[in-house]
Design a protein. Structure first.
Lengths: 217, 217
DNA sequence: CACATTTGAAAGGCAAATGGAG
DNA sequence: CTCCATTTGCCTTTCAAATGTG
């Protein structure tokens, strides 16, 4: 058994978000026939012409920052979007589905929606982290999740962890048992999880290059 | 308040599944470069050359029939795929996610997987229906779902209901209040749900034809 | 009622986990 | 442990049910 999941040093980002390729995107768009669709936060935030504050006085930059951190903190607690959505339903405030959580994290929603959702998520997450400090048993009780069964729950790595793993992989795709142990310790993930990650990574790479043999356009 | 959801006469299908367009499907497929991917049940069942029984002695026809009925019965109980998955996790047998339930219903799995899943779902569903007869309170307790809150739970119509609604719509896209009441009663859905369905249907139709004005290829 | 918008259930993509063979 | 095929779940996306406004 293992204490739910890691808590990979919630350090400062250090990973600039790379505001997607700016300009140069005026290619023959597939056909945006929609009338006047309200833009999403991620769309607005990626073209800083408007500054950080939306016309309705909403601080887009702040929301972007929070959304990013929310994801990291959620994953650090070892929770899925589904669990958050479900737990939210059980609390006093408004309820939201897994889809809603997903959209918020990806900022694939209107500023108005984001503004409404942010305090709800913020409050909930703080509460969840508090419970977690008092022991993971409290956390699981809070989110109402069963201890799971047979199959191991699929772990979701934080963006940082993925990046680190890829870096290691690039340097050495076939680490020894010793090295795996070290990496696992460094990233604060279960050793087995890291080992399997390398196996799967090699497998994917192999399959990918196999396809390239056919030279698909 | 309302008793969870309808139980639209779980009568005999009467709606032949129309085993997808047979033959004539040898169009220039996008590129199935996969090595030798095990075919899914739906793929196998749609080309009856092999008969109803798989090479491993699995009765595909039976599985198809069950999958279809499973969906109807699930919806009749007013349950979502997510709820089934979650409830399954809480029981003794193996646990499965919403994705797994989805794949089973669409038969988007290998015969082997389907064979494994079928008894699990069958047993669970029987139990669920039993609880439901003893009062919906029992059912909700069984699936462990909260009574929900603010926003009304999105209703999912059974395939039959959809078909019937479309038939009505084709005859008359703007039914009177009286007619709506009758349709709702006939299909055993909440009147309001039916009314909104017609509103949304008209809206969708309008938007769709608006697009056609541009004559998209 | 029409219409724009918000939001969730179902479905799809990718990859974490599993299991068999070496 | 490895490789490899396969199973299965988390996250994402689509489409439409629900909501809000005139």
């Amino acid at each position: 058994m293992q204490p739910i999941q890691p808590a990979p040093a919630v350090s400062q980002p250090s990973v600039v978000i790379a505001t997607s390729t700016p300009a140069t995107m005026s290619a023959p768009v597939p056909v945006p026939i929609t009338c006047a669709d309200t833009p999403t936060v991620s769309q607005l935030v990626s073209k800083p012409q408007t500054g950080v504050v939306d016309e309705d006085g909403i601080n887009l930059e702040e929301i972007r920052e929070f959304a990013k951190n929310f994801k990291i903190r959620r994953l650090s607690l070892g929770l899925t979007q589904t669990q958050v959505g479900q737990a939210l339903t059980a609390t006093e405030g408004p309820a939201y589905s897994q889809s809603a959580i997903c959209r918020f994290e990806k900022l694939d929603i209107t500023p108005k929606s984001a503004q409404k959702l942010k305090p709800v998520l913020e409050k909930w997450l703080n509460e969840a982290e508090l419970r977690n400090q008092e022991g993971q048993q409290n956390l699981m009780e809070f989110v109402g999740g069963e201890p799971s069964k047979k199959r191991k729950r699929r772990t979701s790595f934080t963006p940082q962890a993925i990046e680190a793993l890829n870096a290691y992989f690039e340097k050495n795709a076939l680490p020894t048992g010793q090295e795996i142990t070290e990496i696992a310790k460094e990233l604060n993930y279960d050793r087995e999880v890291v080992r399997v990650w390398f196996c799967n990574r090699r497998q994917t790479l192999k399959n990918t290059s196999k396809l390239n043999v056919f030279q698909i356009p």
